[in-house]
Design a protein around this ligand. Structure first.
Ligand code: AMP
Length: 144
């Protein structure tokens, strides 16, 4: 990366390319996984954030772990969809960032994750950054 490109990207923080919470599809931690699957299929996303009733970030949930959790030996046991809760299936080990996180840290995060959740000092969910938004910024900086 040339020094001009690097300097331009280094000036950015999460607040410059974050998708704000009100535009992000999410599910509640206490919902049945059936509801989460509906949100995922309807939105077209493979994974979305999980929040609690106070709007605090708790993890993420994806289609594949939901389908795996209802997979029997010979068939999908669809009745399990209404029995299991989001918290039984969600991932809790995803990295989070803050509005002040710098661009190069975000770039490293989205190498392994399609998106990352942004939280404030209290752990409240404020938005996400996506691999697409990061790539757009890299692309823009190439034409400076
Ligand atoms: P993208 O880089 O735009 O393909 O987004 C990467 C991932 O971020 C998607 O597959 C979703 O899991 C998640 N994502 C992107 N936009 C949203 C949104 N508005 N609401 C919820 N999840 C999203």
């Amino acid at each position: 990366m040339s020094s001009v490109i690097k300097r331009n990207l280094e000036d950015l923080t999460v607040r410059d390319f974050m998708i704000p919470a009100e535009k992000v599809a999410h599910v509640q931690i206490g919902n049945p996984i059936e509801h989460a699957l509906l949100v995922l299929v309807e939105s077209g996303y493979s994974s979305v954030p999980v929040l609690d009733i106070d709007y605090k970030y708790r993890g993420t949930i994806g289609k594949t772990p939901i389908l795996k959790s209802v997979m029997g030996i010979e068939r999908f046991e669809m009745e399990i969809l209404s029995e299991k809760k989001v918290e039984d299936v969600m991932r809790k080990d995803q990295p989070t960032i803050t509005k002040d996180t710098d661009f190069l840290t975000c770039l490293k995060v989205v190498i392994d994750h399609a998106f990352a959740c942004v939280v404030d000092e209290g752990g409240y969910f404020v938005g996400i950054i996506t691999r697409r938004a990061i790539l757009k910024e890299v692309n823009k900086s190439m034409y400076l």
